[in-house]
Ligand binder design. Structure first.
Ligand SMILES: Nc1ncnc2c1ncn2[C@@H]1O[C@H](COP(=O)(O)OP(=O)(O)OP(=O)(O)O)[C@@H](O)[C@H]1O
Length: 288
């Protein structure tokens, strides 16, 4: 399997007004890899996902999806992505099957009801629920529809924002198994989360963000929960960035804040306008 990144941030700087919310972020997620992005409130996790979706434009650097610059070609980037926001928004008066068919049709993927049911079953949605209106679905059930949409669209990559918040342990475990299945199918998966347990359960790599900078990166295997918690808490407070490789921490070179970001913001004004429109649409209804 190729190790070329499907999802990549290269020296990515995002500004919101006069604030730098991502400060020279570098990260890469190849096919068949789950990357968990941890960090305190306001660290920049959702902003990273929004940059890859082209909802916010880079002031400098790049957010790339399968080589497509999401700031410049947001629709192209999104075509390659599946996105599951914290609460997957579906049409409440349509059934699970109808939602799946509808969202796939938007992506020009036609699904008959039988194929839709097969995908929903594979995503773990009980057969008896598939024909019911999603108004009565739990968060976990809506996520399963979102995962089925991702599978149907054959997305190369998936972005997950706080996927396990509010899920009971059994539902969180079921979700983890679905993520691992998508990973095994070769998807590149970037997950923003506060759930250290879930991160250890599914991730290959874990990155810790602080004030828009990656302050630590470590392989998830062989890291115990209490060790990750210790590293996380230390970096939530520490200033010195570090990278952990197979249990050995090495320094991450600090990335300079782009002094030229304000100037380049003008150059990306068109992309920002496009992203703002997309963001407004996304707020209205977020399609997975
Ligand atoms: N639409 C916006 N306009 C202005 N600033 C924003 C906007 N969205 C996010 N920010 C700012 O960007 C920074 C990063 O926010 P972001 O939502 O990416 O953090 P996060 O790590 O996802 O936090 P949380 O864990 O609370 O969801 C914060 O300082 C936040 O206030």
């Amino acid at each position: 399997m190729s190790t070329a990144p499907i999802l990549e941030a290269r020296r990515l700087v995002i500004r919101r007004g006069d604030r730098v919310t991502l400060d020279g972020l570098d990260l890469a997620v190849p096919a068949g890899c789950v990357y968990a992005l941890l960090g305190g409130n306001g660290a920049g996790k959702t902003t990273t996902l929004n940059a890859l979706l082209g909802f916010v434009a880079a002031a400098s650097g790049q957010a790339l999806v399968d080589g497509v610059d999401a700031s410049r070609q947001p629709m192209e980037a999104r075509r390659r992505l599946a996105y599951l926001p914290e609460n997957v928004a579906l049409y409440p008066y349509l059934s699970g099957v109808e939602n799946l068919q509808y969202f796939c049709a938007l992506s020009e993927v036609r699904l008959d009801a039988e194929r839709a049911r097969g995908l929903l079953t594979a995503a773990g949605l009980a057969v008896e629920a598939q024909g019911r209106r999603v108004a009565g679905y739990s968060k976990g059930m809506r996520q399963k529809v979102g995962l089925a949409i991702a599978q149907a669209r054959q997305a190369r990559a998936m972005l997950l924002d706080e996927p396990t918040s509010g899920l009971d342990p059994a539902a969180a475990n079921e979700f983890a198994q679905s993520v691992l299945a998508a990973r095994a199918a070769g998807m590149a998966i970037l997950m923003a989360t506060h759930d250290l347990f879930n991160a250890l359960q599914v991730a290959d790599r874990i990155g810790i963000l602080r004030e828009g900078r990656l302050v630590a990166e470590l392989p998830a295997r062989d890291v115990a929960h209490d060790e990750l918690e210790r590293i996380y808490l230390r970096h939530a407070r520490d200033v010195a960035p570090s990278r952990v490789h197979a249990g050995t921490e090495t320094e991450i070179a600090p990335t300079p804040t782009s002094a030229a970001a304000t100037a380049t913001a003008t150059a990306t004004a068109t992309a920002t306008a496009t992203a703002a429109e997309a963001e407004a649409k996304a707020t209205e209804r977020t399609s997975p």
